[in-house]
Design a protein around this ligand. Structure first.
Ligand code: GUN
Length: 284
């Protein structure tokens, strides 16, 4: 049986360090604030937003939550973003995605001040990721890197396979692995013989959103498996992209779902918000 990477524990360690630093900043008169905006009633989004608020409380940030109705217009949402951009108490701004269909994600994200864009979704921050000049690391890929580092395994020179090419996870994930000198292959729905490509991986990261798609046939002996998926199985139970029971004996390390990547994403959001606050106060 491979070792289980305990994302919950690692995220708690990260948050404890952030809490310490936040308390020190407070002594210097600097408070940290995160604004989270949710539009509409998506149940999964509501859970994510609640967890972000709880994490803020845990590390000592001020959290400002804006729950807007489904029928909010683009003009109204942009007005709120503009207000938050100009509010010195707000160091980080996160607009929860997906937005209702009549609102354009890109328009909204492009109007968040880049130095408050703690998701790292703004084109300026995406561009910085490409050239390895990070202000903010994208939260989920950054969380995955922390989990890989926790194993003590070096990325340099390893075969890394990323399944999924989303702007939020797959693409930035590949960049972070590349910056640590991994040999990176990106796979997607048009990849031929996905199994054979995945079986090359020393480090396999799956972010496709298909329940238990990655079985032991996709896994090389001793691989590190990181599961970014958050799906429901045939019984409605939360599960990842990876068939955990089938793969756990072949992997050297494997993340569970839940309790793997999920908690890390939020911990990295807290880290980005702290970074934003320090930058805006001239501390970094
Ligand atoms: N929806 C799902 N994941 C995320 C995320 O990381 N950030 C935002 N803003 N919305 C999301």
């Amino acid at each position: 049986m491979g070792k289980i990477i305990d994302g919950k524990q690692i995220s708690n360690d990260v948050k404890a360090k952030i809490a310490e630093e936040t308390a020190q900043l407070k002594e210097q008169g600097v408070e940290v604030g995160l604004a989270v905006v949710i539009v509409g009633e998506d149940p999964a989004s509501k859970v994510y937003v609640r967890n972000k608020r709880l994490a803020c409380e845990k590390v000592g940030f001020n959290s400002y939550e804006y729950a807007l109705g489904e029928d909010t217009t683009e003009e109204q949402l942009l007005e709120l973003v503009d207000k938050l951009n100009n509010d010195p108490k707000v160091n980080g701004i996160l607009v929860q995605l997906p937005l209702p269909e009549h609102l354009n994600d890109k328009t909204i994200i492009n109007n968040i001040r880049a130095d408050k864009d703690v998701d790292a979704f703004h084109p300026i921050n995406v561009g910085k990721i490409m050239i390895g000049e990070y202000s903010f690391l994208p939260c989920t890929p950054a969380g995955v890197m922390e989990l890989i580092h926790s194993t003590g395994i070096e990325v340099s020179g390893k075969e890394c396979v990323v399944v999924g090419r989303s702007n939020i996870v797959g693409k930035p994930m590949s960049m972070l692995l590349l910056h640590e000198s991994g040999t990176v292959t990106m796979c997607h729905s048009k990849t031929k013989d996905l199994k054979a490509v995945c079986r090359r991986a020393d480090i396999l990261v799956s972010a496709v959103g298909r329940a238990k798609m990655i079985t032991s046939e996709y896994v090389k002996d001793g691989a590190v498996i990181i599961d970014v998926g958050m799906n429901r199985d045939e019984n409605g139970k939360l599960c990842g992209d990876v068939d955990f029971d089938d793969c756990k004996d072949k992997a050297s390390y494997i993340t569970p779902v839940p309790g793997g990547v999920g908690p890390m994403t939020i911990a990295m959001l807290m880290r980005n918000t702290l970074t934003a606050a320090k930058q805006q106060n001239g501390i970094l």
